[in-house]
Design a protein around this ligand. Structure first.
Ligand code: BG6
Length: 485
């Protein structure tokens, strides 16, 4: 039986920073796609609020342009675009001053879901929360959506949590990590908890190690000013990679509700051994590529010591995982863009075959991008006579092949998460204590780097990352999987 999509109530969604890059690339095109998929009720309205001096027409032109650039042409339909535009309005709003707040308060309807997406820099999160409350724009059922970065260390994350808590309850705060909205990330949970096959094997007795990779081929592009103050550890590890680690390592939650899932994720973070900063952590920075763009030039900081690559060995100290390390790596300007979780099972304990042919452990790969899917490497007999020759073949379920057309209509991470906000479902959002625990674990490494004088090791743009990262595996007699799509 195929379960029905959960319906969405009427809503007023206010996008603060509604003329910014995220709104243009992700939020507005995503909402349009959800409308086309029939998931937006007639009574859904979107209000963009920003500093820009836009008329209603200017804003609609901006949205039309965004749809043209970021929605596939076969999904664009003049009538539907018109319908979408009719749901939109624009308010000029000063996040730190008084302008626009009364108008915003007056434009919202009673008895519909009210959600406020803070698509602005983190310094505005707390002032916005305060003003929403001050102007009595929100009530106990309203929701706010907060983008990353959520703090830059434990202290700032705690301060931000405290500030938001002055105006909102935890069940009203939706901290976005867009990795949690990716189709395959949720499929990891379906795979683990919707099948009886894997769970009995999902432990240190059967799994040799786990590799989590988020490799990007692009550099820092136009985001140097932000990125250079952040680095891969804050930008990718503290949030995205740790979320993937938690979902892979957590115990089965009792139900798929927000509290059960988030409790289990938190337990994983609390079970992590402190990072071995000397022996289990590598940070790198990319050297020039063929266009001569090295990290320092691209970021605009000629003396930068910021890392554009991190690899680490992580130990989860609990009954399930002790003895099975998790290796995490992420970096910019690598060979190709690929994100995956690879569960490397132990080798068979004994070979019955002649010539001591190597029997390799099965590898279950959960591919987030590109070509989302799940792949299990299996050993089979090479077809034909001539003896028992073994070879590895993939048991491949690329979702696009397995599900055909449906994959085209899959919502992207942002649109899925926005609809969850409207539905009031926090399962795929980070809870305050989870974010703090992640910072508490990461902080000592970042502080040690910042206090020292050592530079990140260099790596070639377009490669697999620094040699030290290969060594990290090598000394454990293991190797990274190829970074290939
Ligand atoms: C963002 C980071 O959160 O995630 C970016 O700030 C990074 O630096 C991006 O490029 C990666 O996301 P995705 O979905 O392309 O893997």
């Amino acid at each position: 039986m195929v379960a029905q999509t959960i319906p969405v109530d009427d809503f007023d969604l206010v996008i603060i920073g509604g003329t910014g890059d995220l709104a243009k690339r992700k939020i507005l095109p995503g909402l349009y796609r959800r409308m086309c998929a029939g998931q937006m009720p007639e009574g859904a309205r979107i209000i963009a609020a920003a500093r820009s001096d836009y008329s209603q027409k200017d804003f609609k032109d901006f949205v039309q342009e965004a749809l043209e650039s970021f929605v596939k042409s076969k999904k664009r339909n003049a009538e539907k675009i018109q319908n979408f535009l009719e749901r939109l309005s624009y308010i000029k709003l000063d996040a730190m001053g008084e302008e626009g707040w009364k108008e915003l308060a007056g434009s919202l309807r009673k008895d519909v879901v009210r959600a406020f997406y803070f698509s602005v820099g983190p310094s505005l999160f707390a002032p916005l929360a305060e003003r929403l409350k001050l102007h009595k724009i929100t009530d106990d059922a309203s929701r706010i959506v907060v983008e990353k970065p959520f703090g830059r260390d434990l202290a700032t994350a705690q301060a931000l949590n405290d500030e938001l808590a002055n105006s909102f309850n935890e069940n009203q705060i939706y901290r976005i990590d867009h990795y949690l909205g990716k189709e395959t990330v949720q499929n990891l949970m379906a795979l683990r908890f919707g099948n009886a096959l894997f769970e009995p094997l999902w432990n240190a007795q059967h799994i040799d190690h786990v590799q989590i990779t988020a490799a990007e081929s692009l550099g820092v592009e136009g985001r140097g000013a932000y990125y250079d103050k952040s680095g891969a550890m804050r930008d990718m590890v503290q949030n995205h990679l740790m979320q993937l680690l938690c979902l892979t390592a957590m115990e089965p939650p009792t139900t798929f509700d927000a509290e059960s899932v988030r409790n289990e994720k938190l337990k994983v973070i609390k079970a992590l051994d402190p990072l071995d900063i000397e022996g289990g952590l590598v940070r790198g920075q990319y050297r020039a590529d063929d266009k001569g763009q090295d990290y320092r030039t691209e970021s605009g900081n000629p003396n930068s010591r910021t890392e554009s690559f991190v690899a680490m060995k992580v130990e989860v100290s609990n009954w399930r995982w002790t003895g099975t390390p998790f290796y995490l790596r992420t970096g910019k300007k690598l060979r190709t863009r690929v994100s995956e979780i690879a569960i490397v099972f132990k080798d068979p304990p004994h070979s019955i075959f002649a010539d001591s042919q190597d029997l390799k452990g099965n590898i279950l790969t959960i591919r987030l991008q590109p070509d989302e899917g799940i792949n299990l490497s299996m050993t089979i007999k090479e077809p034909g006579p001539g003896g028992m020759r073994l070879r590895e073949v993939p048991l491949d379920m690329t979702f696009a092949d397995a599900l055909g057309e449906d994959i085209e209509d899959m919502p992207d991470a942002y649109e899925r998460l926005i609809m969850d906000v409207i539905r009031g479902n926090q399962t795929l959002f980070m809870r305050g204590d989870e974010v703090e625990a992640a910072w508490a674990w990461i902080d000592p490494a970042i502080k040690a780097w910042e206090a020292g004088t050592a530079k990140p090791v260099e790596y070639d743009a377009g490669g697999n990352g620094p040699d030290d990262s290969l060594m990290l595996m090598h000394k454990d007699h293991r190797r990274w999987r190829e970074i290939s799509s």
